[in-house]
Ligand binder design. Structure first.
Ligand SMILES: [Zn+2]
Ligand SMILES: [Zn+2]
Length: 645
């Protein structure tokens, strides 16, 4: 007979769901898998497939967030010290593409004639759309007729002329002849070794007032929250301008992998991995000459506030004054009203403090910097530094208050407060209630992308990198990526469906899957390690950046990329690091140069690193067998145009 337990004791027992979630986390499995129903059109067979949620936020799903972080780290590592130009020139067009283009030209001419004659063009519009889609499916980039494509919409109106005269308060920045190269310089060492250094740069916002070590202002009353809010909103544009200036000044197509995150004082700053080197003097010149002018209407006078707000006039689709019934100025009118001699509403600049250091390919520093770059990617900006004291909570609250009525974009509802109708107005806009991300506490004014990667960084998209990992996994396990030519219908299973599995059941399926994969991978790694130990000459680093292949006895004849082997068998240890640009008053005396390491190593947490490694991407193994969309469209084109490709 079991002993009686009280209700309180029973309540203290862990819930089954929590236990399963903990197990899933331990195995690096997604804790919010999405259930998909895969129905075969050939056999009517139904299979339930669990797909990882794929979030980038650790607060939502730690496993998926970590997988995404590791993927970004791989992307950063691959492009940083690239040894060959990443993009090839576009290939020639094939006969099918030419046929489609000819067809498109015919249809467009016919459409123009029909339009001129006032005839109905719905059928023709449809056909043109199908052909354009098919052209895209064949891998044609861009649009054959830019004035028709989505990129061309709105291009026809005349550009507003703004003076391009350099500001008097910014120094001149001479440009050089542009070279198309994107690779860094190679320096020969004394022993014939070649070195390929790159840069790790940190740029910050200017000072808004002195701050304590915890990031809170000494004098909250005089801290310039308004400028802090502006600068955060326009930070992405400023970074863009910096890259343009840098490229023009050094005369190279400089490539970068940049991550934007907040400092403790809540101002955004950017860590940039740059391929190749730039001297600190050059960098200082570019920074001094870089600014972004915001040509938006002035917001000095608050015209509408409280209950006195503009009202929507449905017939004209414009906002009117509630008392006089007069139309508010439209966005374009407000912009046109900015005169030749007016100053821009705001000029955004970087702060004078910056940090730059050279990083050698494959070095310890390179790994640490990559750890830095990706450290906070699993968190929202506002979650990177959790406020722990009243002073910090007050600082966050004042920053959010400064962002409340600050217009975040041309279509921000806050423009109504200053008597201007926002761009693309719609009913229901209320100043202070803009839905833009910039106003929310978790974004702290910066609503742009967290990771900014130049096009020729690694020459690959994030999905390409994901595909690489998937291919590596299959290769390590000795599996072949079988081409499944079956036809399937994929449907998301919702709680209303009869075959919807309870959350715990879904988790158990995912964990079982993970364990199976992990076991197979461990086995493959063990064999790879044995092979490496027996053949030391095959596994060697080439100036730290090994990519020499070794042979594995697990898969005779198969070449195992050594860098990937190292990543798999000997995970990079992540260490907590000190920040390169310290904040607060003491930072004023921070030396800008000095070859000293910017990061400080703490004892390695190997077990944590191993766990993190085990949680790494197994890829989305189920996403492989998708029926060919291109073939379907080709059928549609053929049936509608009566022509065979
Ligand atoms: Zn997930
Ligand atoms: Zn807004």
């Amino acid at each position: 007979m079991t002993a009686r337990t009280t209700r309180a004791v029973r309540l203290a027992f862990p819930l089954a769901r929590d236990v399963v979630t903990a197990v899933a986390l331990e195995h690096g499995a997604c804790i919010r898998p999405v259930q998909l129903r895969k129905t075969s059109l050939d056999t009517d067979e139904v299979e339930q497939v669990m797909v990882p949620c794929g979030t980038t936020l650790a607060s939502v799903c730690p496993s998926c967030a970590e997988r995404n972080r590791v993927l970004r780290a791989a992307q950063c590592r691959e492009g940083w010290h690239l040894e060959a130009e990443p993009t090839a020139s576009p290939g020639p067009s094939d006969d099918y593409q030419k046929m489609l283009c000819g067809k498109l030209a015919d249809l467009c001419a016919e459409q123009d004639r029909a339009q001129a004659a006032g005839a109905d063009t719905v059928e023709l519009d449809d056909l043109i759309e199908v052909i354009e889609e098919e052209l895209g499916n064949t891998g044609v980039r861009g649009h054959p007729d830019p004035s028709r494509g989505s990129a061309g919409i709105g291009r026809n109106h005349a550009r507003r002329h703004r003076s391009t005269r350099r500001r008097q308060d910014a120094p001149e920045l001479p440009g050089r002849k542009m070279n198309p190269w994107t690779l860094g310089r190679v320096y020969p060492g004394p022993n014939g070794k070649l070195y390929r250094p790159s840069m790790f740069i940190t740029l910050t916002c200017p000072s808004y007032g002195p701050v304590e070590d915890d990031g809170t202002p000494y004098h909250p009353d005089t801290y310039d929250y308004a400028s802090a809010a502006h600068d955060a909103i326009h930070f992405a544009a400023l970074f863009d301008r910096f890259v343009q200036n840098l490229r023009r000044f050094v005369g190279l197509d400089v490539q970068y992998f940049a991550v934007i995150e907040p400092q403790r004082r809540l101002a955004p700053h950017v860590h940039i991995a740059i391929r190749g080197t730039i001297s600190r003097t050059e960098l200082r010149k570019v920074l001094a000459a870089t600014y972004h002018q915001v040509w938006w209407p002035a917001t000095s006078d608050v015209l509408y506030d409280g209950n006195h707000l503009p009202v929507w006039h449905d017939a004209s689709r414009r906002y009117v004054d509630p008392l006089t019934g007069e139309f508010l100025a439209t966005w374009d009118e407000a912009l046109d009203a900015i005169g030749e001699h007016d100053e821009p509403r705001h000029v955004v600049r970087f702060g004078a403090k910056f940090d730059a250091q050279g990083v050698l390919a494959g070095s310890r520093d390179a790994s640490r910097c990559i750890g830095y770059l990706t450290k906070y990617l699993v968190k929202q900006l506002g979650e990177c530094h959790e406020p722990g004291s009243d002073a910090q909570r007050g600082h966050v609250a004042r920053m959010v208050a400064a962002l409340e009525y600050e217009p975040c974009s041309p279509s921000c509802a806050n423009w109504l407060r200053y008597g201007i109708s926002p761009k693309n107005p719609r009913p229901g806009l209320v100043p202070g209630a803009c839905r833009g991300k910039a106003h929310r506490p978790e974004y702290l004014g910066y609503a742009g992308r967290r990771v900014l990667v130049s096009r020729k960084w690694s020459g690959k998209t994030l999905s390409d990198h994901r595909g690489d990992r998937q291919a590596w996994l299959l290769d390590t396990l000795g599996l072949s990526a079988t081409e499944d030519n079956g036809h399937y219908v994929w449907e998301r299973v919702t709680p209303a469906d009869h075959d919807y599995l309870p959350a715990t059941r879904r988790l158990i399926l995912v964990v079982a899957d993970r364990m199976r994969w992990k076991h197979a991978l461990d086995e493959a790694r063990r064999r790879a390690r044995l092979a490496a130990n027996s053949q030391p000459s095959g596994v060697r680093h080439e100036h730290g950046h090994a990519l020499r292949a070794g042979h594995s006895d697990a898969h005779p004849g198969r070449v195992v990329p050594v860098a990937q082997y190292h990543r798999a068998a000997r995970p990079q240890t992540r260490r907590p690091q000190r920040h390169p640009v310290p904040e607060g008053r003491r930072a004023a005396s921070f030396p800008r140069t000095g070859g000293r390491p910017v990061v400080q190593a703490y004892p390695a947490a190997r077990t944590a690193a191993h766990r993190a490694r085990a949680r790494q991407s197994f890829g989305n193994a189920v996403a492989a067998s998708r029926p060919g969309g291109a073939a379907q469209v080709a059928d549609r084109v053929a049936s509608r145009t009566g022509e065979q490709p």
